[in-house]
Design a protein around this ligand. Structure first.
Ligand SMILES: NC(=O)c1ccc[n+]([C@@H]2O[C@H](COP(=O)([O-])OP(=O)(O)OC[C@H]3O[C@@H](n4cnc5c(N)ncnc54)[C@H](O)[C@@H]3O)[C@@H](O)[C@H]2O)c1
Length: 297
């Protein structure tokens, strides 16, 4: 089956990037959000990112116009998925919300359509069970920022059929991405390995083994990571890290995944990293300087 039309549900951080890369690769995209302001904001972000690609010489003005004309904004899920071959859901990370959305998509999308979710941590098998077509449900985990990051972690649910995985692998390659197929266990691969590393970095700070800058510098210069684990945690959002660690902890029943008490405190107090203005570092609008939070100096 040749897929040419795609629906992306959720026009937030990830949804606008996913719509961008599909549209740039020639797919017709319905970008769907319940919040019209998010749809407007997503269009502005896509425009800005396309202009950035032009400035780097990676895109022509014609390609930019074609990409933009490939994207339609839609506010109703049933309308947006009615005639597509693939749906990629990138709505808010909430199990009940995603199960409701998948029920709706299942009723409105063509029977042959593949239903993918961009969830970072929710079980694909659980989401698939809300539909009448679990063999056609799969995880398609893009990384942030989507137009830049090469990886797509493809997650097979318990019932995902092989042809669906093969099609999603081929689609990811058409987007210029590198797909990696994994199975559906808590955290998949990306977060199962990344989150314990971040948690261990937070434990090292909590136990005063080293300071924020020292921990991040060891990992940047010693392991060639582009960003230290504490800076990365701020970027992802400390609330997001906390909730994924809880998914790992509950999913495996192993205390090694329990969030560090310092992380729990920071999240409870609303120190969430870049999005709240302070986490391990303090962020000032318009400044790119990395300043360690005064709490850790
Ligand atoms: N942000 C990241 O770095 C990142 C990375 C990988 C995966 N993810 C996953 O991607 C998904 C989206 O995350 P995000 O960071 O883009 O979130 P976000 O909060 O930026 O965007 C979510 C969007 O979903 C919309 N939405 C909520 N309910 C909806 C509904 N019923 N129908 C249509 N739209 C609805 C919201 O209006 C919002 O625009 C989550 O599952 C998250 O775990 C996020």
């Amino acid at each position: 089956m040749n897929i040419t039309n795609v629906a992306v549900i959720g026009a937030g951080t990830m949804g606008n990037g996913i719509a961008h890369v599909f549209a740039q690769s020639g797919f017709k995209v319905n970008l769907i959000d319940v919040n019209p302001a998010q749809l407007d904001k997503a269009r502005q972000t896509i425009l800005k990112n396309l202009d950035r690609q032009i400035a780097k010489g990676a895109l022509t003005e014609d390609q930019k116009q074609t990409t933009l004309s490939n994207i339609s904004s839609v506010s109703d899920i049933a309308t947006g998925v009615a005639s597509v071959g693939l749906v990629v859901e990138a709505a808010t990370e909430n199990t009940e919300l995603k199960r409701k959305i998948f029920q709706l998509i299942d009723e409105a999308a063509p029977p042959h359509a593949i239903l993918a979710t961009n969830t970072s941590s929710i079980s694909i098998t659980k989401i698939a069970a809300a539909t009448r077509r679990p063999p056609k449900v799969i995880g398609m985990h893009f990384m942030n920022p989507v137009p830049v990051m090469k990886l797509v972690e493809i997650i097979n649910g318990y019932a995902t059929e092989r042809e669906v995985t093969e099609q999603v692998v081929e689609l990811s390659k058409k987007l210029g991405k590198t797909p990696c197929v994994v199975n559906d266990y808590p955290g998949f691969i990306a977060n199962r390995i990344l989150m314990p590393m971040i948690n261990e970095a937070i434990y090292s700070l909590y136990e005063q083994v080293a300071g924020v800058e020292e921990i991040d510098t060891v990992m940047k210069l010693g392991m060639a990571h582009p960003m230290g684990p504490l800076q990365l945690a701020d970027f992802i959002g400390l609330d997001v890290c906390y909730s994924i660690l809880n998914v790992l902890h509950e999913g495996f029943g192993n205390p090694k995944y329990a969030p560090c008490p310092l992380l729990t405190n920071m999240v409870t107090a609303g120190y969430l990293g870049v999005k709240s203005g302070e986490g391990f570092y303090r962020y000032t609008a318009g400044s790119k300087e990395l300043v360690v939070s005064s709490r850790f100096r």
